[in-house]
Each structure stands twice: as structure tokens, then as C-alpha cells.
Design a protein around this ligand. Sequence first.
Ligand code: RIB
Ligand code: CA
Length: 316
Amino acid sequence: MKRIPVWIDCDTGVDDAVALLLAHALPELDIRGISVVCGNTSLENAYFNTQRINGLMGANYPVYQGAEKPLLKEVKFAVTFHGINGLGDVDLPVPENAASTDEKAWDALYACACTHPGELRLVATGPMTNLAIAFTKYPALPGLLHSVSLMGGSASVGNISPAAEFNFYTDPQAAAIVMRSGADIVMCGLDVTLQAFLTPEDLDELEASGTRVGSFTKACLLPALKGSRMYNLTGVCMHDSCPVMYLAHPELFEGEKAGVVVETRGTFTSGKSVTDLYSDKQFPFKNALVLLKVDRDRFASILKERILSIEKPEAV
Ligand code: RIB
Ligand code: CA
């Protein structure tokens, strides 16, 4: 099987962590690099959390640091869902063999895209700041990528405000740059990611596996599960696993091509993704495949099976 080269830009946070575990465990995908951005937590936390996940899954993917703040706005970390340390306040060691580099995220991403012309899938699961800097510094980059599979925006509801989703809200200017970049975009907005949840029973199943990965996954998601209950959600949404799962299992999803722009001003609407999906008035472009449905049961089943494949249960 020809594996799919993938670069993941994330703000490791708890659902980013699960998305990294999934990307590592999907045999279809070949992680070529990971970059981190501030969002759920600080850039420093996101970096060391990503190294912690590297260690947990027995990998040593190169991790590059990007932007320590959004292009214009001040960032407000999502402590309720991700804890103070960004991993649900669960302790996990940073591996001693963690490779460190001064190469910036946007430069490393461009270099990787140049070695995989037309093939590299860029997954973005945090604010789009690093992507916006990369696309601005390297105008050829959107055309060099196979596609951008991103978690962000929404054709309907908001979560950090009534109008906007957290990743787009945190850096609306960056989201606007990415959405008009000309890249081939798959938008995994709240419309689909709110359907992609793990139930408390799913988390118990992961913990009952007797694996460190299974136990960590439940433990780090507990604050987010508690937060989800405040929104009367059935489980904890695996927002960031959607753009990863789509690359290996697009058959789980349904969506429509649509025009999508991002509001960068607006007292109440900053960061809102404005789409013509349900509008009589259409934009003269269709710049994104907007995912709208997912087969949750199959999504959860594959996600759990892949997470539990990472290590064998500890010998009793
Ligand atoms: O709105 C959900 C997004 O915000 C996810 O990427 C989550 O990790 C947070 O960053
Ligand atoms: Ca994220």
C-alpha cells in the first residue's frame, strides 16, 4: 500500500493528542513532520505535549515550533477543556531522545512539501497561524500541497462564541488567509466534529484495555468530558481526529463543496466562517469541501481500535 505523506500542525491539547495517536496508528498515513502553534495552550506547552505524545506512542517524529501568538489577536487558552498544561493536567514524561531544532514550523513545512510535490496532505488542528505565515512566506506552498484537511469553522453553530469556532476565532486573519489560499481544502467544522464523539463507555473501554495509551487517553479527556456535559453533549468530541480520519477513511463522511470566507472584524462575528452552503446567494467560488456528517459508530470503533493497536496490554 502506498502510504499517504502527512504533516500535522496542532496546538496539543487533548483532542490534538488523540489525533496524533490516530495518525501514528493508521497504516495508511506516513507522518513526515509535526508543527505546533499556540491556541489551546501556550506554544511551549504545545511543543512539550507533542513530544510527550511522541514518547507515549514510541515514536520520535520531528516537531517544529511555530507562532507563539495569533497574527493580531491576544490568545485566550482553552483551560476548561484542556487543563493548565494542555493535556488535561495529566503528567506524562518528555522523552529524553526528543530531537530539538531551531527550524521554524513554516520553513520546515515548506521544505517537506518540496520533497513531496503534490503529495503532502497538511492536517491543521489548531489556529491557522502557522499555515498563514507559511502561505505568505512561500506563495507556491498551497499549490505544492495535495490538500489541507483542517479542523475549524462551522456552517452553523459556534463554540467559543455564538458565531465562531475556537480555531477560527483565535486567529481569524490566519483562517481567512488559509481559506482564500487556493489550496484544496477539506473543512471539518463543528457541523461534523460535534457528531464525532467518544462516550464515557468508550473511554472506559480504552482504560480497561490495560495499556498506557488507553489509560492516558481516558485520563486526559476527563476535563473535556466534564466540559462537554455543560453543553449537554453525549460524549467528548474528537474534533481534531476528523481531519486525520478523513484522509484514511473518507467513506465515513459526507460533505458538500461550498464557498467559505472568514469574518475578521465584527463585534459579535469575529472568526465566523461564512458559507453559501444554505444560501440562495452563492459565492462565485467553491473553495472547500465542507464535511457535514460522519458515521459515528464506525468513527469511534476505528479510533479505539487504532489507539489500542499502539501497544500490547502490559503483561499481568
Ligand atoms: O473548536 C475545537 C478546536 O478547538 C479543536 O481543535 C480543539 O483542540 C480546540 O483547539
Ligand atoms: Ca486543536
